[in-house]
Write a protein that binds this ligand. Structure first.
Ligand code: MF3
Ligand code: CO
Ligand code: CO
Length: 291
C-alpha cells in the first residue's frame, strides 16, 4: 500500500535566541531540585483564565502561520524558525525551547512520529503528514495546541485519519460538563476512533496546563473508568488525541524525544487547551478572528 520510506533523523540547528525582554518560564533557569512543572491547583481563577486566552491565541495563530508554510521542500527546521519568530514577535516565549532539554520552539512530528518530533534539516516530501504542536508562554501561563497538516497531496487514508482525529478531539471536548468524571472524554474519543479501526495512543496523554506546562489532571484519550476526577468549572487542560492507521506500540529515537509507531503506521494529532465552564467547555486555543 505505502512506498513511504521510514523517517530518519536530520541535523538539528543551533538554538534560536529569545529577546531578553521576554519573560521566561521558571524551568529555564531551574536549579537542581526545582521541578520543571508544579502541582498547580486544577481550578483556575478568572484572571488566570483570561491570561490563558491570550497565551492560547498566540499559540493558535503561530500554529496556523506555520501550517501555511508546510510544503514539499520546506524543512521542519524552517517551520521551527517561522513559529519561533511568530511567538517571539507576539512577546511570548515558545514553551518547548529548553523545556526538560527540548532544543526547539515547537514539535514537528512527521508521518509515523506519534509526538515530540524535533524540527531538523529534513525537507518535507509530497504526501508527508506533519503534526505541528506549539505552546506559547505569555502573561505567566501556557497555551498548548496542535494540528495536522500535509505537504502537497496526502493519501485519502491520511486525510481521513486527520479529519477523524480532529472530530474525535472535538467530540471529547463537547462531552465536557461540570459534574462528569474526566473519563467521559476518553470514552467518547475511543469509541469514535474504534468505528474506523484506528489505534488510540495510550501512553501519551492530555494534561492540566496553566502556570505549569504539564500538571494534573491527566486526560486519557481511551476509556478508563478509574479516571474518576470530577470536572469542575475553571479546570484547564488539554485534549490531544493521537490516532494511528495501525498499532499503538512505540519506540523512541536516541535523541531522547522522538516517539514513533513500531509498525510505522501513520499518526494524526489535534490538540486544544480548554477551560471547563458552567455548562461545557471553552476552547482557549482559538485563533484570532474565530471567537
Ligand atoms: N506540546 C506538547 C504537548 O502537547 C509537549 C511538548 S514537550 C516537548 O504536551 F518538550 F516535547 F516539547
Ligand atoms: Co499538550
Ligand atoms: Co502540545
Amino acid at each position: 500500500m505505502t512506498t513511504r520510506a521510514p523517517l530518519r533523523p536530520g541535523e538539528i540547528s543551533q538554538r534560536r535566541p529569545v529577546p531578553a525582554a521576554i519573560r521566561r518560564p521558571h524551568y529555564l533557569d531551574a536549579r537542581p531540585g526545582v521541578p520543571a512543572d508544579y502541582d498547580d491547583p486544577m481550578v483556575k481563577d478568572a484572571d488566570t483564565i483570561a491570561r490563558m486566552r491570550v497565551a492560547g491565541r498566540i499559540a493558535a495563530d503561530a500554529m496556523q502561520e506555520v501550517g501555511r508554510h508546510v510544503a514539499p521542500g520546506v524543512t521542519t527546521d524552517d517551520l521551527d524558525a517561522i513559529g519561533h519568530e511568530f511567538v517571539v514577535a507576539a512577546g511570548a516565549y515558545p514553551s518547548t525551547l529548553g523545556y526538560k532539554g527540548f532544543p526547539k520552539s515547537l514539535c514537528t512530528s512527521v508521518n509515523e512520529v506519534i509526538c515530540h518530533g524535533i524540527p531538523d534539516s529534513r525537507p518535507l516530501e509530497d504526501g508527508d503528514v506533519v503534526k505541528v504542536d506549539i505552546t506559547a508562554f505569555a502573561e505567566g501561563v501556557h497555551g498548548d495546541t496542535c494540528a495536522t497538516f500535509f505537504a502537497g497531496t496526502p493519501s485519502d487514508d491520511a486525510r481521513m485519519l486527520s479529519d477523524r482525529t480532529r472530530a474525535a478531539m472535538l467530540r471529547g471536548i463537547a462531552a465536557i460538563r461540570p459534574g462528569r468524571p474526566v473519563s467521559v472524554i476518553g470514552r467518547v474519543i475511543e469509541s469514535y476512533a474504534r468505528r474506523f479501526g484506528y489505534g488510540v495512543v495510550r501512553d501519551y496523554t492530555g494534561h492540566g496546563v496553566g502556570p505549569s506546562f504539564h500538571t494534573k489532571p491527566t486526560i486519557l484519550h481511551y476509556d478508563e473508568p478509574r479516571a474518576t476526577t470530577v470536572l469542575e468549572p475553571g479546570m484547564t487542560f488539554t485534549v490531544e488525541p493521537m490516532l494511528t492507521l495501525g498499532g499503538i506500540d512505540w519506540y523512541g529515537w536516541d535523541d531522547d524525544w522522538t516517539i514513533l509507531t513500531t509498525d510505522g503506521s501513520l499518526v494524526a494529532q489535534w490538540e486544544h487547551t480548554v477551560v471547563v465552564t458552567d455548562d461545557g467547555a471553552e476552547i482557549l486555543t482559538a485563533p484570532s478572528g474565530t471567537t
